[in-house]
Design a protein around this ligand. Structure first.
Ligand code: NFS
Length: 671
């Protein structure tokens, strides 16, 4: 019997998505939503109980005491599967970082058409952090040295990845003691694959220790370097006004959607789309111009730097094509569904792959090369414009929401204190006083196994009511943007009184969009700076903060979760655990779960847990924040204590006569 399909309303919380899911049904076209309904997940694989690393198997261990053909136990199999996933996630992020480093090198040597060193101040800061001389040197020379240093971090065999030195000192000591400081990015990933090959490392604890080391090569390695270089090349983000959701597509324009992760390509397409020759070409084709928009982390990269609108998050890539209004979807690497190509056969949309590493059968391939970036970007746009005449019936949902993204750690520092006294002091003080109860980083993917966007937005809104300041990245940030939570005052009526005061005083939204998934390293930097500012302990594990990935699905998310745990954070994932075992059938299937929660907490002060129920997620977050507050000797959080200042209070005061106003502010003494 066919499995029941969810209604569009059950499948997604987003009205734009619902509208297009109805269109998909009417046209008889499948999407990830319907495929998830039709495809029951394998419960043995999902629980981490299947080993397929050699051809004696695959071995499925579903009974007490059962072992694989080689004798591998369930714990070993689960640990190996997890290590491999973390290695793949780290490889993906970090290989992106490597490409960025090579682009930086090409720009420094004047070999990269169209690019420039946009943020010289950041270049100098990063160079200094890495002991690269900056005095009396040209930006190009400095950038060349930085590029060489960063490129060397990938193939480095000994010592330590340089950016790990930015962590709090106490944290670095813990990593040294535990032997998890990454030596070189590639070395840790390769070793993870070696150790998990048939017949190698078969001690779950020892395997998972290497998972930590590999993830650190990502978080305090490849990803952090990627963020540094993106800022240097494309500018450090600061708040801009943007829009999100499929309603950003325009009927009378050529719509080009950029999807994937590399800002190198998308930034150049942005530049090319604004050139007179491309505009003229679009007009000749009968369009008013070219409307660019993004999906996934590419969306975040160009949204926070250029204000280019986000068409949506991960689960909206197919829906964008279902509008019938997209001339070209230009993809590079990561999170690109193969289904895009067959789906596009129903419309005029051209799927254009651009990376040397990624081809999809049936897609058009126009290979990107940073040395001729602007020329290639124009070719791609001309290709899209030529396709405008083939457009059929269009259905663009009338849903788009304003947002203010662009909260880099530099900007947060600046906004709290201004140019001359930039500081995290006000944030620390607000947490210490209890105005802000704590901080939650809500990040990560969508997953069609749960209602699209629901977990992200629900958890965010509930935590805001509890005076928890939220920082977001990746597809989670786009989910909340679509609900209007990333726009200054617009979200404030949904926020607890203390947090509201802070947001009104500083003039920030209660949810800060910090960028793409590699930019989760910005969160590590903020936490490090919060520690350095003083008053909230001397290491990240003491800060009242929690990381959440409510709708995660990718291996990259597991890498991120692990490096955050190794950095001292409590990390909660929604959905199902890839190492859950089947406690009802196999009584001893929880060792790996124990290692990554209790074990890692003992070693690193952070733990990784999988909690499917959003209310339990919220409860666990608040309990952790309150415990950390108590451990620091901070006053217990009290919702009643704050909220008497801020904009509302000003409005009330304005209604009073001057004398009463004074009395109301200063009390009777001031009379
Ligand atoms: Ni992150 Fe970005 Fe989105 Fe998940 Fe994919 S786009 S790198 S992996 S789905 S958040």
């Amino acid at each position: 019997m066919a499995k029941k399909r969810r209604s569009p309303q059950e499948a997604s919380k987003d009205p734009a998505a619902q509208e297009l899911l109805i269109r998909a049904d009417e046209l008889g076209i499948g999407t990830a939503f319907s495929r998830a309904d039709d495809m029951k997940a394998c419960n043995i694989g999902a629980a981490g109980m299947c080993c397929k690393i050699c051809s004696m198997g695959p071995c499925r261990l579903t009974k007490d005491g059962q072992v694989g053909v080689c004798g591998a136990t369930l714990d070993t199999i689960q640990a190996r599967n997890l290590v491999r996933a973390i290695a793949a996630g780290s490889a993906a992020h970090s290989d992106h970082g490597r490409d960025m480093a090579f682009t930086l090198k090409a720009v420094a040597n004047g070999e990269a058409e169209g690019y420039a060193l946009r943020d010289i101040a950041k270049l100098r800061t990063v160079a200094e952090l890495n002991d690269i001389p900056i005095d009396d040197r040209s930006p190009e020379d400095i950038a060349n040295d930085l590029a060489d240093l960063y490129i060397s971090q990938f193939g480095q065999q000994r010592g330590r990845v340089v950016v790990t030195k930015r962590a709090p000192e106490k944290r670095q000591k813990i990593w040294e003691e535990k032997g998890v400081i990454p030596r070189g990015v590639d070395r840790e990933v390769v070793e993870a694959l070696h150790r998990t090959h048939m017949g190698d490392d078969q001690d779950p604890e020892h395997l998972l220790q290497h998972a930590v080391r590999t993830s650190l090569a990502d978080g305090w390695g490849g990803s952090m370097m990627a963020t540094d270089i993106s800022d240097i090349l494309f500018g450090t983000p600061a708040p801009v006004l943007g829009q999100a959701n499929l309603g950003v597509l325009k009927e009378d324009y050529v719509n080009v959607v950029v999807h994937g992760h590399e800002p190198t390509l998308s930034e150049m397409i942005v530049a090319a789309s604004q050139t007179p020759e491309i505009l003229e070409y679009a007009k000749q084709a009968g369009a008013k111009g070219v409307q660019l928009s993004g999906i996934c982390c590419t969306a975040n990269e160009i949204l926070m730097r250029q204000g280019v609108p986000a068409a949506g998050n991960f689960l909206q890539q197919e829906l964008a094509i279902l509008t019938g209004a997209v001339e070209a979807m230009v993809v590079d690497v990561q999170c690109i569904m193969q289904a895009l190509v067959s789906l596009s056969d129903n419309f005029h949309t051209d799927i254009i792959t651009t990376s040397k590493k990624v081809k999809i059968k049936g897609a058009t391939h126009i290979e990107f090369d940073e040395h001729k970036a602007l020329t290639i970007a124009k070719d791609i746009l001309r290709h899209a414009i030529d396709n405008f005449k083939n457009r059929g019936e269009v259905q663009i949902p009338d849903h788009r929401t304003d947002l203010v993204p662009g909260f880099s750690h530099e900007y947060i520092n600046y906004m709290l204190g201004g140019s001359y006294r930039a500081s995290f002091r006000p944030l620390n003080d607000a947490i210490m006083s209890g105005r802000i109860r704590g901080v939650a980083a809500i990040v990560g993917c969508n997953n069609p196994r749960s209602q699209h966007d629901h977990l992200h937005t629900y958890v965010t809104k509930e935590l805001l009511k509890q005076d928890v300041l939220i920082v977001e990245t990746g597809c989670g940030a786009i989910a909340c943007a679509k609900e209007g939570l990333l726009l200054g005052e617009a979200g404030l009526e949904k926020v607890g009184p203390g947090l509201r005061e802070v947001c009104e005083t500083v003039g920030i939204p209660p949810v800060l969009h910090m960028g793409s998934c590699v930019d989760n390293t910005r969160i590590l930097t903020v936490l490090t700076q919060v520690v350095a500012e003083g008053g909230l302990g001397d290491d990240i594990d003491q800060v009242p903060a929690v990381g959440l990935a409510p709708e995660w699905m990718s291996e990259k998310a597991l890498a991120i979760g692990t490096y955050c745990v190794a950095s001292g954070a409590y990390v909660i994932f929604g959905g199902s655990s890839p190492v859950s075992g089947m406690p009802d059938r196999v009584s001893d299937s929880d060792l790996v779960t124990k290692i990554i929660s209790e074990g890692w907490e003992e070693d690193y002060g952070g733990k990784l847990e999988f909690i499917p129920d959003p209310d339990e997620m919220i409860e666990a977050t608040l309990a952790h924040i309150d415990k950390k507050r108590a451990d620091l000797g901070l006053p217990e959080y009290d919702a009643e204590r704050f909220g008497e200042s801020g904009d509302d209070r000003m409005l009330e005061l304005e209604k009073l006569p001057l004398s009463e106003r004074r009395e109301s502010i200063y009390g009777a003494v001031a009379k």
